[in-house]
Design a protein around this ligand. Sequence first.
Ligand code: NAP
Length: 326
Amino acid sequence: MAIAKVIQYSDLPEDLQALLKEHCDVTRVGISLDLPQEQSLVPLFADVEGLIGVGQKVDSKLIELAPKLKVTSTVSVGYDHFDVPALTRRGIMLMHTPDVLTETTADMIFTLILCTARRAAELDRMIKQGRWTKTIDSEYFGSDVHGKKLGILGLGRIGSAVARRAHNGFNMEILYFGRSVKERAETEYGARRYTLDEILAEADFICSVLPLSDETHKLIGSEELSKMKKDAFLINGGRGPVVDEAALITALQNKTIRGAGLDVFEKEPLPIDSPLLALANVVTLPHIGSATHETRYEMAKCAVDNLIAALRSQSTKNCVNPEVVE
Ligand code: NAP
């Protein structure tokens, strides 16, 4: 017998879809709907107890439509698109998918580090456009990655996995900015905690893996960019709005920093008229941190398991706001 009525707002692999249906009475709705405005959906929300999907903004307006809502399960580790205080006030559990995407996202961040430093995307385009006509000279030389200083903003799960790659594989010095001391990373990867200003002034690669919050919104603006070394690179694998994109574009256009590698943007999908797309010293990826077959499956499985366990027994494993149960 179904344990709860659930609205599913993004696709799941077939076997996980079946698993969810085995436990819940599931209604599939489209993504990117402005739900409170979508009148035909309002009756559906009247008795829904669970939500599962990715990419939908879940704010207080949406929650108001669902007086019986108990659990929301996002197929992501980031939850900046949820109004967590509003969910908590209503006693609604928010479940997310930490750990299962950590290594894959760290791989992608390292791809950006290597790609920007060695200008891989730019030189790939050069060959494909038939412009490789002579031996490459200094005009196209890149920068070394091994042995350089890597400043990590947000040495959490993913930041630590980046630090491990950098230390063990590339003999890099790890500097980090964060709220707390990371003893394990300090012991295992020689990481050292610094102020943001010190990292901006020292690091050859500055890599943000920070979640988006009121405190991190536009943390890297024109002033911060102006403190970076002229030959340094900025990598953003966390959330777009942590970096002031207009200020970054100016810094890249004026070459006050050497380059940037970006998986995330202020507005996604990135508008095709974005000045970023005209800059050779930027590598852009379409928010693919966790986008491998294996990891997206594991995330979907984690989200389905989280939803079922929370609905069935109020399990707080992977719960962002466990205090609602206590
Ligand atoms: P995590 O383990 O929670 O790590 C976040 C780190 O940021 C923590 O070390 C935390 O410090 C630090 N932090 C948070 N707020 C801060 C602040 N105001 N000032 C300084 N440091 C702060 O999370 P994670 O699993 O590594 O994921 C990090 C983020 O990456 C996610 O929230 C998501 O936005 C993003 N992400 C992006 C992709 C992608 O596709 N590009 C994929 C997955 C995740 P403390 O430990 O001291 O609290």
